[in-house]
Ligand binder design. Structure first.
Ligand code: IMP
Length: 219
């Protein structure tokens, strides 16, 4: 996984723990588990561009499958902002609380029905400089006027998910993961890997079976 975030690696491990490829269990590692690789600069204008660039970059440095993701919040009344700038919305020294304050300030005069937003997650799976598959997950909600809840991270305290009547920060992690943009993208990834790893050896499109990550780094 092209991420230095150990929490994300753990989450994917948990979600894919019983998936096998060609009869072999998956071994999932993050950037923190392998020798350092210089990080690429994110320049994309979309989640797809960023995830794809990151995935292809690391897949050229790695012999197994590489999974990269990009995610963020799009607020309709702000023309889709913060979007790919979600993490650095309150630059130059962004943090979650400042990002939330900025979003609420910009939405101050916007009435509740117009405070529509969605979280988006794009995952790109690559192998040796070639994209194998892309998975997109989305979840729709509203931006409330004051943060609520202590769980999660990022914009979770202001993202109200109507079907459960809670903000994402008011949900236990397992419940959020079932409905979240990331959870939905991971479910698609899981279905894809299950088909690729089916005993017939053929992929969903008749593609060749995926090779397993035997060596750490190509030399
Ligand atoms: P990244 O893809 O992990 O870099 O996330 C980009 C940014 O989007 C994060 O720093 C958060 O600000 C925001 N974000 C992405 N996913 C979530 C989520 O599930 N909850 C809250 N904020 C999120």
């Amino acid at each position: 996984m092209a991420t230095g975030n150990a929490g994300k690696v753990r989450e994917i491990r948990r979600a894919l723990k019983d998936v096998t490829l060609n009869g072999c269990p998956l071994e999932i590692v993050g950037l923190g588990d392998i020798p350092p690789i210089a990080a690429p600069i994110e320049r994309g204008r979309t989640f797809e561009e960023n995830a794809k660039a990151k995935s292809l970059y690391y897949s050229r440095e790695w012999a197994g499958l590489t999974l990269a993701e990009d995610s963020g919040l799009e607020i309709e009344a702000l023309g889709g902002a913060p979007g790919v700038r979600s993490a650095r919305f309150s630059a130059p020294q962004p943090d979650d609380a400042k990002n939330i304050r900025k979003a609420l300030r910009l939405l101050a005069s916007v009435p509740m029905p117009a405070r529509k937003a969605r979280f988006v997650c794009v995952m790109v799976l690559s192998e040796r400089g070639r994209v194998v598959a892309e998975f997109r997950g989305e979840v729709r909600g509203r931006i409330i006027v004051e943060p609520r809840g202590e769980n999660g991270f990022g914009y979770d305290p202001i993202f109200y998910y109507r079907p459960l009547g809670r903000t994402f920060a008011e949900l236990p992690a397992a419940v959020k993961n079932r409905v979240s943009h990331r959870g939905r993208a991971v479910a698609k990834l899981r279905r894809f890997l299950e088909k690729r790893g089916a005993p017939s050896g053929g992929g969903p499109d008749g593609a060749r079976p995926v090779t397993s990550a035997r060596s750490r780094r190509p030399r």
